[in-house]
Ligand binder design. Structure first.
Ligand code: NAP
Length: 262
């Protein structure tokens, strides 16, 4: 597996926390040069300092997923410095813990911009280089919510379904030139609930009992190296929900509508 990442330039968004942070450590262990992006520069610096493989250099590149106008310049700055980008990991995201009618349009927009429009725009800024290089790999951290539905997640579900739909379609357009891997995490123990757009305090936080981000990252990095098109990584419960939704959407809705899935 190391050989897939050895000396590769890997740009990770949302690298200041949770899944992105864990991916950065695992990729660095496997020989990649990681470019760490998010808004919080202090946290990015903390992650950079904690990278386990000190023999490989890395860098931080502050970025706001809502500021798509900055993407071309940021991408060009990477090319200027390192001459190439091999893998882009669209990981940055925010969740939702509020009913649709309690979510302001401005929060709807924030979720869609961060989770869907941002990744589309960032991918479009690297694609010309991938095509010129003759290779490249886009990895999208969608969610189990990219395939199923629950209350309190309307816009989040839209963003994650949209991510899968967009990048599955893009894969067909770029087949043979650019690889695309869509990853659907289940409940992973990160700050996602704390950082969610929310109108209510939710006592039940299923993510706390979820898979560790470190274990998730080991599995995700393995799937990226195998160039999988799509993979679910999470616990039994969410995995079962995926299967049930596919087999019987009606039964799925009947069961999920009365469940506390906040
Ligand atoms: N944890 C789960 O159970 C779970 C399940 C399914 C999918 N996911 C997905 O996994 C991804 C990572 O989430 P996580 O669980 O690691 O949550 P997290 O700990 O809250 O991390 C979210 C990351 O996204 C970054 N981010 C948020 N808004 C941003 C913006 N406008 N611009 C740039 N970066 C931004 C944050 O950095 P800054 O605040 O520094 O910008 C942070 O690094 C998300 O896409 C999430 O939807 C998570």
């Amino acid at each position: 597996m190391q050989s897939y990442f050895k000396n590769k330039i890997v740009w990770i968004t949302g690298a200041s926390s949770g899944i992105g942070e864990a991916l950065a450590y695992e990729l660095n262990k496997n020989g990649a040069f990681v470019i760490l992006s998010a808004r919080n520069t202090d946290e990015l610096q903390r992650v950079k300092n904690a990278l386990p493989n000190k023999n490989i250099d890395s860098t931080i590149l502050p970025l706001d997923m809502q500021n798509t106008a900055s993407f071309e310049t940021l991408t060009a700055s990477i090319i200027d410095q390192f001459q190439r980008i091999d893998i882009l990991i669209n990981n940055a995201g925010i969740s939702q813990r509020a009913l649709a009618m309690d979510t302001t349009l401005s929060d709807d927009k924030k979720i869609l911009d961060t989770n869907l429009f941002g990744p589309i725009a960032l991918s479009k800024s690297v694609l010309p280089y991938f095509i010129k290089q003759g290779n490249g790999h886009i990895v999208n951290i969608s969610s189990v919510m990219g395939k199923i539905n629950t209350k309190y997640r309307t816009t989040y579900a839209a963003s994650k379904h949209g991510m899968i739909g967009y990048f599955d379609s893009l894969r067909l357009e770029l087949e043979g030139k650019v690889k695309i891997t869509n990853i659907m995490p289940g409940f992973i123990n990160t700050n996602i609930v704390k950082n969610a757009v929310s109108t209510e305090y939710k006592e039940q936080n299923l993510n706390k009992a979820g898979m560790s981000a470190t274990y998730f990252a080991i599995k995700a990095v393995r799937a990226i190296a195998k160039q999988k098109r799509e993979i679910y990584i999470g616990g039994f419960l969410e995995g079962f929900a995926l299967v049930m939704k596919r087999l019987s959407p009606t039964l799925f809705d009947l069961i999920i509508k009365n469940k506390k899935v906040t």
